[in-house]
Design a protein around this ligand. Sequence first.
Ligand code: NAX
Length: 328
Amino acid sequence: STAPVNVTVTGAAGQIGYALLFRIASGQLLGADTPVKLRLLEIPQGVKAAEGTAMELDDCAFPLLRGIDIFDDPRQGFEGANIALLVGARPRGKGMERGDLLEANGGIFKPQGEAINAGAADDIRVLVVGNPANTNALIAQNHAPDVPAERFTAMTRLDHNRALTQLAKKLDVSINDIKKLTIWGNHSATQYPDLFHAEVNGANAAQAVNDQAWLENDFIPTVAKRGAAIIEARGASSAASAANAAIDHVHDWVNGTPEGDWTSAAIPSDGSYGVPEGLISSFPVVSRNGRWEIVQGLEIDEFSRSRIDASVQELVEERDTVRKLGLV
Ligand code: NAX
């Protein structure tokens, strides 16, 4: 039998944590043959609630779950971690400027990056979910100089999945009929969900839609503002769908993406598509041999170019802000 994989989840007592942990423990993250050990990292005020969640995990008697440990110290939380899901973050408070938000999150993601550098396993893979996810990932990465930069990623898979369903509904097709959709840029309202390279039953998706007004005024804003619409309807932010996307991201990273398709993930740019090297930006990606690769050679027309540039510009500004704060 295989050795258990150590999965660290931060913000384990939060609402995404609650939706995520049971799916990891049931085998949906890594597959039905891979046992897991959970390492739950919380702040001291969150530890008791995490203990309650751990009791419920025990009560599921998951055959693949080989242990649960709870920590409020990042050094311990990331010790031996093979996979780290960084979910806990500082939410934007009333009257908080973007700079304040980035600074507050620097106080979380800097020590977590240092702890990953100090004690995580050699094959550590990091997915940042906590917002502002791309720049939080950049901060953590900068404090883990001994870990290959490509191991730090941020989540745009929820945006990707949202876009899949919006398109499937518009064309009255199934999710399985859609391939090669892309989210570009930042996980924020500036993100660009791209249908110009997507395929529906082998045909170009933008042509199949054949409705530029819908694409610009309905599809793109619906996907980009979906988080706010969920809060408005549910009275709480996306949780189960965010957890589902985190499972999808790590599952594909470890197990590979299907031939003839790609997905979206925010990964360190190598300069592809004019995205400044080092920025953690969302791209069309495939996973091969346990590594994300950016899909190359797509023609970017003027419309897509301006949308990608706008979102990347926001990432540049976030990076410049955290640079000034000495966080990267
Ligand atoms: P909750 O407020 O329910 O839970 C957050 C948890 O993190 C709390 O239990 C808190 O105690 C803990 N925490 C705070 N600081 C910590 C630290 N330094 N170490 C360990 N734990 C810490 O938020 P939830 O709804 O679970 O959302 C978590 C994050 O996901 C938020 O930043 C949210 O904005 C972000 N999201 C990201 C999405 C994405 O697509 N990338 C979508 C969903 C979600 O909005």
